[in-house]
Design a binder for this molecule. Structure first.
Ligand SMILES: [Zn+2]
Length: 279
């Protein structure tokens, strides 16, 4: 069992009518916990959403595609935002602590290279991230999708994290839809089979026939922020020359903090002079 990298396995099962994804995202979630240090309950929600995002990023068709998921819990709860791109680079940030999700909203923005990004929002009827995601797929994308994502977090350490998603393709027979339901029952508590078998082991054990036929695609999502000094330069230049010199005069430097990866970018007067000269 390889636990050094994140894994996303994808294949078609049940007469090619169901798209199956199995994920192990333990290193990705651990990296996110190390950066953001949430309490364990919020860390679990964060881990589940990062895993869901890794799945959805893996479904993007355009190389320029991007997806983001945001949960805003009810009063006193957390706001968790995660985003990913078609290279499988996933990042996220958290605000506030856990007070349950029920009554809050889940918003998904998906840009798959079409003219306009798709935006879907649904009310969260449950504290369980998996159930809210299923509801999102049903309401907003009108696709029957079974989702089990899990993240076991104890004292800031991720013990296991991953998920399984089975999505019906158009024209799925009732028989295969039922097979899918039946199979999903084995994954009510996904942490258990995942820690015992690993992502590949789950394919071998529960989808042996399909696994042996081949056609299984493996990708490696990771926690990676897409910020860079170059991008931040563009942002600060947009403030305009007067504003930049005003901040320099007041603060002595310009600091920009990236909340996704905890990186500080600092620009002194010489940096700003140089940027304006080359702009
Ligand atoms: Zn960053």
């Amino acid at each position: 069992m390889n636990h050094t990298s994140n894994q996303l396995y994808k294949c078609l099962v049940y007469d090619g009518q169901i798209s199956l994804s199995v994920l192990d995202t333990k290193p990705l979630v651990q990296r996110a916990l190390d950066i953001h240090r949430p309490d364990d309950k919020t860390g679990k929600i964060f881990g589940c959403l990062l895993t869901a995002c890794a799945y959805m990023a893996g479904c993007l068709k355009s190389p320029k595609g991007a997806v983001s998921l945001t949960v805003k819990a009810g009063e006193g709860g957390c706001t968790v935002s995660v985003s990913g791109d078609s290279r499988g680079h996933i990042r996220g940030c958290i605000d506030g602590g856990d007070n349950g999700l029920k009554g809050g909203t889940l918003t998904v923005i998906k840009d798959d290279g079409f003219s306009r990004p798709f935006v879907g929002t649904c009310l969260m009827e449950s504290d369980d991230v998996s159930q809210n995601l299923e509801e999102y797929f049903r309401q907003s994308e009108q696709i029957a999708t079974r989702v089990r994502v899990s993240a076991d977090v104890e004292n800031g350490v991720c013990k296991t994290a991953g998920g399984i998603v089975m999505q019906q393709l158009p024209g799925t027979s009732e028989e295969n839809a039922e097979k899918c339901e039946e199979r999903m029952r084995a994954f009510e508590n996904f942490s258990y089979p995942l820690s015992r078998l690993g992502a590949e082991g789950i394919l071998r054990e529960y989808f042996a026939e399909e696994y042996q036929k081949g056609g299984v695609y493996l990708t490696f999502p990771e926690y990676k922020c897409n910020c860079s000094r170059k991008k931040i330069e563009g942002v600060i230049l947009s403030l305009g020359k007067d504003e930049l010199y005003k901040i320099l005069e007041e603060e002595g430097k310009i600091s920009v903090h990236c909340h996704y990866c905890n990186t500080d970018y600092t620009f002194d007067k010489a940096d700003v002079d140089g940027l304006l000269k080359n702009a």
